[in-house]
Each structure stands twice: as structure tokens, then as C-alpha cells.
Write a protein that binds this ligand. Sequence first.
Ligand code: AMP
Length: 191
Amino acid sequence: MKSICVFCASSRAVDGVYHEVATDLGRQIARLGFELVYGGASIGLMGAVARGVHAEGGKVVGVIPEFFRKKDKEIEYADADELIVTEDMRSRKAIMDERASAFIVLPGGIGTLEEAMEIMSMKQLGLTNKPLVFINTNKFYDGLIANLKEMVDLKFAKASTLELFTICPGPAEALDFILTYHPEKSESKWL
Ligand code: AMP
């Protein structure tokens, strides 16, 4: 079975619309027969995606570093079908990368951004060519896209940087992009 890795907010305080989109994404991942690989938490959008997958009878694989479990036992998504406990954050990311055939980024904070940027820079170096899709709920990622375009304009980044990812309005378009993904033709109509 193919896995989709989702990076997203751990925050519980964000507007309900972000939780709804996260749950919907989880449901659609499961309906398509993909398993979810993610950070293994029960909170925020992370928990919402995992519960969405389970609502449709899908499989949830959580990859969580030991220190999160020590810090707060409640954080972990106890219903995960598989919970992989890693020594640290770096080995966690390595496992998520290995297991996933595609990456979806929902709105999030610096943890989400860091995970997404790592995949983007690995793609830039040719170390992976798996699809990377941002879901732009409420235009959340417009600022990041503008910043990336400015980097290109000012020659801090190559024009091809904008081909390392795509951005979609919602889960259906993101999953459609993944299902029809071809590394040579990954330009986005929403960019
Ligand atoms: P943030 O966007 O800062 O909320 O960070 C979310 C991302 O960082 C997720 O995709 C997780 O992989 C990781 N992360 C942050 N907080 C947690 C947590 N409490 N438990 C597990 N993973 C977390």
C-alpha cells in the first residue's frame, strides 16, 4: 500500500475551518486506499487528519520522537495502527521520508515549514523526486509563495525552485495531483 506523508499544525487554537480541511484530507486519503504517515500526535490538525483517516477505515502510521512521549504522554495518537518511536527529530524525518510516496503540507507553524522546506531542498539537490503539495486553505500559503517568487526575482534561488512543489486549493486537487504526478511535468496552475 502506498503512503502519503502529511505535515501540518500541532496547534489546537486555530480556526475550525483548518480542522475541517484536515479531517477531509484524512478521509480522502483513506478512500483512495493510501495509508497516512505523519508525526503521530493527537492534537491540532495532526489529530484531525489521523481521525479523518480512521473515520474511513484507513491505516494511520505515527512516527514520534521519544522526547515528545516523555514530555506529554497525551500528545501521542493512541489509536495509531502503527506507532514508530524514534530517538530524535532527525531520525523521525528520515523514517517519514522513507515510508512516504508523496508529501502534503497543510497550514502549520515553524515545525510544518521546516519539514516542507527539507523536502524541497532535497528535491533541489536531486535526492528525491516525490511529489510535494501545499494545500492553500484560506490562502494561508500566499505569503510563502510570494517570498519564494521574490527569492527567484532577486536571484537568491533558481527559477526551477518554483517547480519543486505545487500548491492546490484543497484536498481533492492535491490528491489528484499526486495520482497523476510526473516529475517532469509538475507545474501548478495555481502558482
Ligand atoms: P508546527 O507546525 O510547529 O505545529 O509543527 C508541526 C509539525 O512538527 C508536524 O508535522 C510534526 O511532524 C511536528 N510536531 C510538532 N509538534 C508535535 C507534537 N506535539 N507531536 C508530534 N509531532 C509534532
